[in-house]
Design a protein around this ligand. Structure first.
Ligand code: DCB
Length: 362
């Protein structure tokens, strides 16, 4: 961890000196770089460039630095508890337009989000392992990481297992994907890896463990200390199974997903019990409608989730950043704006979650 900060400082100093010599302002250069990245999509910034933009003053990453897991808490580089909060994209193949600087910046500044989750489906139509254009999908992920990095936000790379059910189905592809990603971002402290969104159906905690025991070492070889999120069976509801047999790695958190109109007291009780028993839990996806991602929202249940999540300082990422005609989309169908949304342009879930993030700012 220390090495990363020293590296950041040295690279920033070198960059500042060369910019001063060339008579150019650092911020302008950073912005220019970002514009270039979003146009060319697949351009990967060099370490110097990403390090320089990481350090932009006052941003979440600048304030908190590299994260780690301390028993049940996510903590920042100073050892203080931190709650990541923000939006998950919808499938990157289907709603790529929301991966852009204006959107992330608006979420950071207006919604007070400090994190973005990049959801890349693996087995649905256009998924990474089911006919999607892998190079294009990877460059979308890289674009998202680079934009978040430029804005000093944390970013989660999500291998969005869903209809594949058991993550072992595409284990080899997951290993090479995470090898590539962690090789690129191993030196950056703002990147988290989510190795399987929601195991379900035939997947058991034993099969997820077998998968994690192969994928995590691949990431660790490139990135020894990043935070890694691991999904649990039954669409990331069975955290109790993980609590009974946690993985043998540091800086791992187990994901709990909820949809407030479907998952109520029993899942909250489970979360509270697992945390009390020492399990680090991360809510990497939730909605306040039903488990289909649609149907009516349940504000009463959502408020109870919010209270519990804040009580334990659990990180939370809301599903989903799109204008799809469904109640989990935070932007209303028909609104094509990519930032600057007014209340009228947000769905009920959008208004509610923005309110949550803004009130509990850190
Ligand atoms: C999860 C998935 C996520 C899914 C949402 C809402 O699935 F991680 O991918 O998102 O929760 O169901 C939905 C989108 C739709 C899209 C559909 C298929 O909102 O626009 O068409 O994915 O790609 C869950 C979560 C919980 C449960 C079931 C599912 N559950 N599920 O508790 O039964 O079957 O998708």
């Amino acid at each position: 961890m220390k090495r990363k900060r020293v590296l950041l400082i040295i690279t920033s100093l070198i960059l500042t000196m060369s910019l001063v010599l060339s008579g150019c302002g650092m911020k302008e250069d950073g912005e220019e770089q970002l514009k270039e990245n979003s146009v060319t999509e697949s351009t990967e910034p060099t370490e110097d460039e990403s390090a320089a933009s990481d350090n932009e003053e006052g941003t979440p990453f600048n304030e908190h630095g590299t994260l780690s897991v301390n028993v049940t808490d996510l903590v920042d580089s100073g050892g203080n508890k931190i709650q990541l909060k923000g939006m998950s994209t919808h499938g990157l193949a289907w709603f790529p337009e929301y991966v852009n600087k204006d959107t992330f910046e608006w979420l950071r500044d207006d919604w007070k989000a400090n994190c973005i989750r990049l959801a890349m489906y693996t087995d649905e139509n256009g998924g990474y392992c089911s006919g999607g254009d892998q190079e294009q999908l990877k460059s979308k992920v890289r674009e998202g990481v680079d934009i978040a990095t430029g804005l000093g936000m944390y970013v989660i790379i999500d291998w969005h297992v869903l209809s594949d059910q058991d993550p072992n189905k595409y284990k080899d592809q997951a290993k090479s994907f995470f090898d590539e990603m962690s090789e690129s971002y191993g030196e950056q402290g703002n990147v988290l890896y989510e190795i399987c969104n929601e195991p379900n159906g035939s997947a058991t905690w034993e099969s997820v463990t077998a998968y994690a025991n192969e994928v995590i070492p691949v990431i660790r070889a490139n990135d020894p200390d990043s935070v890694i999120l691991v999904g649990t069976p039954t669409w990331s509801q069975d955290i109790d199974k993980a609590a009974a047999a946690p993985l043998p790695f540091d800086n791992v958190m187990y994901t709990l997903h909820f949809y407030a109109a479907t998952h109520t007291d029993w899942l909250r009780d489970r979360m509270e019990q697992c945390i009390s028993n020492g399990l680090p839990v991360f809510v990497s996806e939730f909605g306040i409608c039903d488990a289909s991602g649609n149907g009516s929202v349940d504000i009463g249940q959502a408020d109870q989730w919010k209270e519990l999540i804040n009580k334990y300082n659990v990180s939370y990422m809301c599903w989903n950043l799109s204008n799809k005609d469904e109640s989990s989309a935070v932007i209303k169908a028909g609104c094509n704006e990519l930032s600057g949304w007014s209340d009228d342009e947000l769905s009920d879930e959008g208004k509610w979650v923005r309110g949550w993030m803004r009130v509990d700012t850190q």
